[in-house]
Design a protein around this ligand. Structure first.
Ligand code: PEP
Length: 256
């Protein structure tokens, strides 16, 4: 069965709207037409409009890095799902470890956002991952299980085509340390089993589970070759068109 990989860039709080549009332009120009890989770039909110125009009609989809769970109202500084939709956003990253750590996002909040995103027709990329302390204390699977069960509470098999999970060990994000392919695959396989328990086998097979944490051209082939790794959520290596394209090429090689 050919796999439908997703390579998603998370540009975090980097690049102005002009710089983001320039990077998106480069990516669009370098991506081969009819790429077998789904591709998404996620600029900061203020650059969504400019990047949306740049990727319009191309193989590259648009992602956002966060959203509010309510439809509208008195939530100063927040952005709703319909506002994202109006800019042709397809994907939204939810519960990134930086949001959990610096902004106190809980599994219950991630769940509310995930439900709201799905209701609005967006594809949530729900992030889970353990800290170094939790890994060293042998708590990795328990932590991931509570994040998966909490973040996906009340969701049914009907969300399988839209839902994406990203396994991102916190100790590997932006540190240059990558989980070995075997370490990553072991957790991905556990997540697949959790999804099977929650939504059934066929839904669990459809849901893409991305790896994130210092994925780069040098380690992508091996990571993407693992049975349960369906793509990558990429920070640093997504900020340069050539390294991002190299990751897309790695995924394309695996899917051929
Ligand atoms: C991320 O922030 O989702 C991420 C994986 O970052 P990096 O690739 O820089 O580790």
């Amino acid at each position: 069965m050919t796999r439908n990989y997703l390579i998603a860039g998370n540009w975090k709080m980097n690049l102005t709207a002009t710089e983001s549009a320039a990077l998106a332009k480069e990516v669009v120009q370098l991506v081969s037409q009819n790429s077998s890989v789904d591709i998404c770039v996620s600029p900061t909110f203020t650059a969504l409009d400019a990047v949306s125009r740049m990727v319009n009609g191309s193989q590259v989809s648009l992602g956002a890095q966060n959203m509010h769970q309510e439809v509208s109202g008195a939530y100063t500084g927040e952005i709703s799902a319909s506002m994202l939709e109006s800019l042709e956003v397809d994907y939204v990253i939810l519960g990134h470890s930086e949001r959990r750590e610096y902004f106190g996002e809980t599994d219950s909040l991630v769940n509310q956002k995930t439900v709201a995103a799905l209701q609005a027709g967006l594809k949530p990329i729900v992030c889970v991952g353990e800290t170094l302390e939790q890994r060293e204390a042998d708590q990795t699977i328990a932590v991931i299980q509570s994040q998966v069960e909490g973040g996906l509470a009340s969701l049914g098999a009907d969300c399988a085509d839209s839902l994406v999970i990203a396994y991102e060990p916190v100790w590997a994000i932006g540190t240059g340390k990558t989980a070995t392919p075997e370490m990553a695959e072991a957790v991905h396989a556990e997540i697949r089993a959790m999804l099977t328990g929650l939504m059934g086998e066929s839904a669990a097979q459809k849901i893409r589970i991305l790896y994130g944490g210092s994925m780069k051209p040098e380690n992508a082939d091996e990571l993407l070759a693992q049975a349960n790794i369906d793509g990558g959520l990429i920070g640093g290596a997504a900020l340069k068109a050539d390294s991002f394209i190299s990751l897309i090429d790695s995924a394309a090689k695996q899917s051929n």
